[in-house]
Design a protein around this ligand. Structure first.
Ligand code: MD5
Ligand code: FE
Length: 203
């Protein structure tokens, strides 16, 4: 495990350290309104990660496909508003990574318990690929797979810890990436969980 810098990928280790408790409280407030759910892929398989969203749009998946929706299919109401501490952190991190003026309109919240993983994929459901994506990790550490423009490109492994932020855009915006199965562990604040927030400009 080693830090990598690829064109378009910036790691900001510990960028949110010290804010984790406040950020977690904001996550829990969102989850009280839009609870965790396990979505199915268009192929019909449930993902091992549990998800929710906040902001003007949320990422959803079902038998019909992947897309952003202004409405939570569980409640049939708008997603919870993006907490101010999320939007501010995302904008500060994006600016530090060279993407000034980033204003996310969607935040996908992923919950990993030991064994949960995310297969190699591209994030391509957003309308405008010129905006970066900013990711915040909370809780148990995870090994992130950072691939290239083609699925077959060899992926680097990056360990992400609680409070780490990663931003990617430009030439790397459509790179393949994934998360290895979460290892067993207990985090002082989150217990047996990892929560990952990805801030996006979806619309
Ligand atoms: C996660 N989430 O940790 C992962 C990785 C997703 C998703 O991929 O679509 O919800 S977000 C961390 C990340 C770091 C650096 C680059 C990229 C993603 N990327 O190229 O997309 O729950
Ligand atoms: Fe992704």
């Amino acid at each position: 495990l080693f830090p990598v810098s690829t064109p378009g990928l910036t790691q900001l280790p510990g960028f949110a350290r010290g804010e984790e408790e406040a950020l977690l409280a904001a996550v829990e407030a969102v989850i009280a309104m839009a609870p965790w759910r396990q979505v199915v892929t268009p192929g019909g398989k449930p993902m091992s990660v549990h998800m929710s969203n906040c902001g003007a749009a949320g990422w959803v998946s079902d038998r019909r496909g992947y897309r952003y929706s202004a409405v939570d299919p569980l409640s049939e109401r708008s997603w919870p508003a993006m907490p101010g501490c999320f939007a501010r952190l995302a904008a500060r991190a994006a600016a530090a990574a060279g993407f000034a003026g980033f204003a996310p309109d969607a935040c996908l919240i992923n919950l990993y318990e030991p064994g949960a993983r995310m297969a190699l994929h591209q994030d391509r459901d957003e309308v405008d690929f010129s905006a970066p994506i900013v990711s915040l990790s909370l809780g148990l550490p995870a090994v992130f797979l950072w691939g290239g423009a083609a699925r077959a490109d060899k992926a680097a492994r990056i360990e992400l810890h609680s409070g780490d932020v990663v931003a990617w855009g430009g030439a790397a915006r459509l790179n393949f990436h994934g998360v290895l199965p979460l290892r067993e562990g207990v985090h002082p604040l989150l217990g047996r969980r990892r929560i990952n927030l990805t801030f996006r400009k979806a619309l």
